[in-house]
Write a protein that binds this ligand. Structure first.
Ligand SMILES: *Cc1c(COP(=O)(O)O)cnc(C)c1O
Length: 469
């Protein structure tokens, strides 16, 4: 369709828009400059839409102003927002991984509000080190000589390899060259550290001899074992356990670093899945250094933890990189409060949201799901609801391939497609993130907290029944 040039002339001047009462109000609230800027942007996108043919009419000035005002209002809200996780994935990397325990939230607020002894020794009245605040507790919980915390586990790995193996070979099994999400590939971190990746074995089989061949060449700086945290190689496989690798590392005088990915601090039997190596056991098996994330199975804030031999940790602490990768005070506060809960394993399982969600049984979740179902059926008329058993993954690079029991409320809307419902829930005041399966929208209750049920019901009802009322 030919563009009618006259229609472009109908676009009002920005000055004219600014004289509208709604814009004067907006100017009083947001400042004239911002409103002017938003109005220009609105007129420019209208011009572009007309030229491109995606619209053919110019809205009335009032309507344009309304759009500008709602745009300004949207921009006032922080773009990082709370969402409700109805996916059933307890450690969802895209949704911020682990929600914090109440004690951790309070510790963050206290540290944020005022001053704190982050690097001040209260005993002596002199400069202190932030690392000394966490180290004794980490050592007590994990059974090691020394410990430090940095920005995240990728930073922990980068620091360890940079300090312990610069310019030297890093033997690692071909079966363990993991990619986590789309931004973390083990070989890239190794290259960044200045060490030289030395792949040993094959994808499915790596033997002690394969490592030994590299060590015999004499230019390896460290031995690395990586937990395959988000996949599992099954079938005709062979890999070398930590005790054997630790023996080999000792023989050749290089440290053994184990990247565990997700930090399981409790004994294995305390988790509702199997095969996830724990931090204390890995140290008992002879690893000289272990690193892991604080916001995966540990259930704390984003941080990376490195622990093991005192001599190795103190080298890393002294590196300039340690300063660049250090943990900030808010994460440190949350991490310490979370770790304190681990002194009593029962406390950790009850008070740390991620652990509590993961440990909820199918029976408990069926009852919880029944309560959400009843609330929705009571409130909302424009959909059919049902309670459905589900399988859920752990997420966050933990226990790959293992699924836990869960329950979800399935929603089949009337007068609206399932895709539209999913989209509108995502745009709710407090967005609800849900999955679609088999023509239904699923609200998995394992990752929804019961106090939020009211909000889920209110927002869902408003979307489904809204047009009628
Ligand atoms: C998740 C993971 C990492 C990266 O940890 P971040 O804390 O996200 O930086 C590194 N290694 C393994 C094995 C992991 O599972």
């Amino acid at each position: 369709m030919e563009l009618d040039q006259n229609v472009l002339r109908l676009i009002p001047q920005v000055d004219l828009l600014m004289r509208e009462p709604s814009m004067e109000h907006a100017a009083a609230r947001y400042g004239r400059e911002r409103v002017l800027h938003a109005a220009r942007a609105q007129l420019n996108s209208l011009r572009a839409a007309l030229l491109e043919g995606s619209t053919s009419t110019v809205p009335a000035a009032e309507e344009l102003c309304e759009t500008v005002c709602s745009r300004l209002e949207r921009e006032e809200k922080p773009s990082l927002r709370r969402v409700l996780n109805a996916t059933g994935v307890a450690l969802h990397t895209n949704l911020g991984r682990a929600p914090l325990a109440e004690a951790a939230v309070k510790a963050v607020a206290a540290a944020a509000e005022g001053y704190c002894n982050l690097e001040y020794d209260l005993e002596r009245g002199t400069r202190g080190s932030r690392n000394s605040l966490l180290e004794p507790l980490l050592c007590e919980l994990c059974g090691c000589e020394a410990a430090m915390a940095v920005n995240n586990n990728a930073a922990a790995l980068l620091l360890a390899l940079s300090v312990l193996s610069p310019g030297k070979k890093i033997p690692v099994s071909r079966g363990e060259l993991v990619e986590i999400g789309d931004s973390f590939r083990l070989p890239d971190i190794m290259a960044q550290s200045g060490g030289i990746l030395s792949e040993v074995g094959t994808t499915n089989k790596t033997r002690l001899r394969d490592y030994e061949e590299v060590l015999q060449s004499g230019d390896a700086g460290i031995l690395l074992k990586v937990h395959t945290s988000n996949y599992r190689i099954t079938g005709f496989t062979e890999s070398v356990g930590i005790p054997e690798l630790a023996g080999l590392a000792r023989t050749y005088g290089v440290p053994l670093l184990v990247d565990l990915g997700s930090g399981a601090l409790l004994e294995e039997t305390k988790y509702p899945f199997t095969g996830e190596p724990t931090v204390p056991q890995t140290l008992r098996d002879g690893a000289n250094l272990v690193c892991f994330s604080a916001d995966k199975l540990l259930g704390g804030p984003q941080a990376g933890i490195l622990l093991g031999d005192r001599r190795l940790i103190s080298w890393m602490c002294k590196s300039p990189l340690a300063r660049a990768l250090r943990i900030d005070k808010l994460s440190l506060a949350a991490l310490e409060a979370t770790l304190l809960l681990y002194r009593d394993p029962a406390n950790a399982r009850n008070c740390i949201p991620a652990l509590r969600m993961l440990n909820a049984t199918g029976g408990e979740l069926r009852e919880k799901g029944g309560r959400l179902l009843a609330l929705l059926q009571n409130e909302c008329v424009s959909a059919a609801f049902s309670l459905l058993p589900q399988k859920r993954p752990v997420g966050g690079g933990s226990a790959p391939g293992q699924e836990l029991d869960s329950y979800a409320v399935g929603v089949v809307p009337v007068g609206m497609s399932v895709a539209e419902l999913e989209n509108r829930l995502r745009h709710a005041a407090v967005p609800i993130i849900a999955r679609i399966s088999d023509g239904r929208l699923l609200l998995d209750v394992s990752t929804l907290e019961e106090p939020d049920f009211g909000l889920v019901v209110q927002q869902t009802t408003q979307i489904l029944d809204g047009k009628r009322s």
